[in-house]
Design a protein. Sequence first.
Length: 389
Amino acid sequence: MRVVILGGGYAGLICALRLAQRTRGQVAITLVSASPWFVDRIRLHERAAGAELVKRGLAEMVAGKGITLKIGRVTRIDPRGEVLLGDERLSFEQLVVALGSQVDVDAVPGVREHAFTLDAASVGALAERLPAIAARKGRLVVIGGGLTGIEGASELAETHPGLQVTLLSSGALGGELSEAGRAHLRRSLSRLGVTVEQAQVRRLQAGSVELGERSLPFDACLWAGGFIVPEVVRQSGLRVNERGQALVDPFLRALGHENIRVIGDAASVVEPPSFMPMGCKTAMPTGAYVAESLAQLSRGQGSRPFDYLNLAYCISLGRRDGLVQLYREDGSPMRWVFSGRMGAWLKEAICRGVVGTLAAERMGLSFCTWRKTGRKLSPEVPQQGRLAA
Ligand SMILES: Cc1cc2nc3c(=O)[nH]c(=O)nc-3n(C[C@H](O)[C@H](O)[C@H](O)COP(=O)(O)OP(=O)(O)OC[C@H]3O[C@@H](n4cnc5c(N)ncnc54)[C@H](O)[C@@H]3O)c2cc1C
């Protein structure tokens, strides 16, 4: 079986390592990534604040595992069995799409030209720019009241106490949290001197944000207005939603394409609809699951459907404060939260655990586990079985 995995992020990497471990040379695995580096995206707000992140090369992370690594940008996916990296063609029998997401810079006019983002290509430039702005008590506007906007605003305000930080959100902050969680969030942002405003952003211009009737000046603007999936997924003809996520069945197969699995941020489970927020906490389980399914398929076996239940949101609020909100099975937040130093410690432990899990996977140890709903869905009929029937 020839398996091509597109994307060397959390989902693609764990998938490649686990599949190599389970099939031990019986399956030809090619991992494709646009970048030769593993990008630990969950720490990019720390990089924006000036931290130097550990550099991990993908070649080193898959060395000796029998995985062929190809560094190149996927320019086209032909679901009939071919992937193009510019002029180069790669054929596949089974394809795993793990192309992740990126900040949506076209959601509002002017963002692409005038804002920084928490993407790998932008955080270094923001980190260079901020110290001088902070030294003259300049203004940073962070747009987006989701978890990335909150983490970004807190981290940058804590590192640069001179900065005047405003966090703009179109809705109420922390809608997914309990009252205790929201109260802690408000206290933390206020302690860090972050001004929170609810407003709809119309457009960005050089040095100002237009908000309907008024505008807000800035020296730097960080756009955290949501993620979309790389356009190449939509262009492949797979069915996608408004964020460009491929629609997948309970076995994470692209609808109508039994030989294409989609994992991580690039996938949205629609049959039956499942709540799977974009996150490395969902990306790693989907990658591990698909590796197991493909290993089973290579042995002519079917697999059980993917089952995931959101356990928690873990939010950093600078280096000394954090918030961990747990959820009940029905999706409602528990009343109490871990916060303050304990929250920061837990969040840091989770971030370390993510790269630790990948390192363990390379050593053949499968530590990636997740909470399940336990709902009953029919198991998969293996393709070979179907053909034989
Ligand atoms: C600042 C920040 C903080 C975050 N904090 C958390 C958190 O605390 N908890 C949490 O669960 N999630 C968090 N997230 C979200 C998390 O990072 C993503 O959900 C996660 O990275 C998704 O993993 P993935 O493997 O699907 O995709 P990615 O990690 O995005 O990997 C995608 C891979 O595809 C490659 N690629 C993309 N396009 C192409 C192409 N055309 N050709 C070839 N290769 C390509 C990329 O190079 C990369 O290797 C955070 C994100 C940010 C930005």
